[in-house]
Write a protein that binds this ligand. Structure first.
Ligand code: AMP
Length: 294
């Protein structure tokens, strides 16, 4: 038997199975929640649990409550066999893949909402999105009872909203953000990149190069409004439909007019459609750490 064949993760589809397992294990439990269609970004999060936790849980759940009525819930990519293979390669102990009705049965009516950081950026263009995210992640935290949960900074606003939820609700776990994993072109890996046509794929890296140009300009003392405007024009001229391109203070997510030294740093975040695909990306400017991580 090959070594990998003996390392298959347990696969649970029900809360009862997961709870049964959780009640029997001891030691540190690490957790990476996902919507599946796994790629190297997800694999990196899983890899970062290794050595830090005795058991790792990967959830695969396309959460209906975080999609708007006109969004891509029903066509969200599904790659179950490949996901299981990645889970096995990354030494995942348990894959938890519940059905929608297992998590949100008929009559479900309880939601949790973060009310500050959820407001701007994606909060404006995806009303109810973060309420859906915080609700499902809190439920998953209750079920998995992790000691450590990892999230990607590709979805920076999501991470900071969840970090705030953990703090505000006194959840007994550590939550950490992991830097964005990118293609060599700079394009952030995303399950949604499969929607891009070949031509769009060639253009898509402009999102990140625009963010980097803005970051460089700001660090050289250029005006924020000028850099953001130029960036939006550049993206629009290349065929993107920009929803937002903004600089926000990481502590409050308040809009920023001038960079000043602060402890928390800044987020330059963008959301833009390329054809019918909505892409988001960001860079974090942290005056205390040059690699942009916190
Ligand atoms: P998703 O399946 O898109 O909901 O993502 C699940 C987790 O993987 C989230 O914490 C994401 O932020 C993270 N993630 C997705 N793409 C990347 C990436 N390119 N680099 C790092 N983390 C990522």
């Amino acid at each position: 038997m090959k070594a990998s064949e003996s390392n298959k993760p347990l696969v649970f589809h029900t809360i009862a199975e997961l709870r049964g397992w959780r009640s029997q294990v001891s030691g540190q439990v690490g957790f990476v929640p996902t919507m599946g269609a796994l790629h190297e970004g997800h694999a990196t999060l899983l890899r970062k649990l290794q050595g830090r936790c005795d058991h790792s849980v990967l959830s695969i759940f396309v959460n209906p409550t975080q999609f708007g009525p006109k969004e891509d819930f029903s066509k969200y990519p599904k790659t179950w066999e490949k996901d299981l293979q990645i889970a096995e390669e990354e030494k995942v102990s348990v894959v938890f893949a519940p059905t929608a009705s297992e998590i949100f049965p008929d009559g479900y009516s309880t939601y949790v909402e973060e009310t500050q950081l959820s407001g701007p950026l994606c909060g404006i263009f995806r009303p109810g999105h973060f309420r859906g995210v915080t609700t499902v992640v809190l439920k998953l935290f209750n079920l998995v009872q992790p000691d450590l949960a990892l999230f990607g900074l590709k979805d920076a606003q999501q991470f900071f909203v969840l970090e705030r939820m953990v703090r505000d609700l006194n959840l007994d776990l550590k939550i950490e953000g992991v830097p964005t994993v990118r293609e060599p072109t700079g394009l952030a890996l995303s399950s949604r990149n499969v929607y891009l046509t070949n031509e769009e794929r060639e253009k898509a890296p402009l999102i990140y190069s625009t963010l980097c140009r803005i970051q460089d300009g700001l660090l050289k003392g250029e005006k924020i409004s000028k850099m953001l405007e130029e960036g939006a024009v550049q993206l629009t001229q290349a065929g993107f439909q920009v929803q937002y391109l903004e600089c926000r203070d990481l502590a409050t997510f308040g809009s920023v007019q001038n960079l000043i030294q602060n402890d928390q740093g800044y987020l330059i975040a963008v959301s833009a459609y390329l054809g019918s695909t909505r892409l988001i990306d960001n860079v974090i400017i942290n005056p205390t750490q040059s690699d942009g991580t916190r």
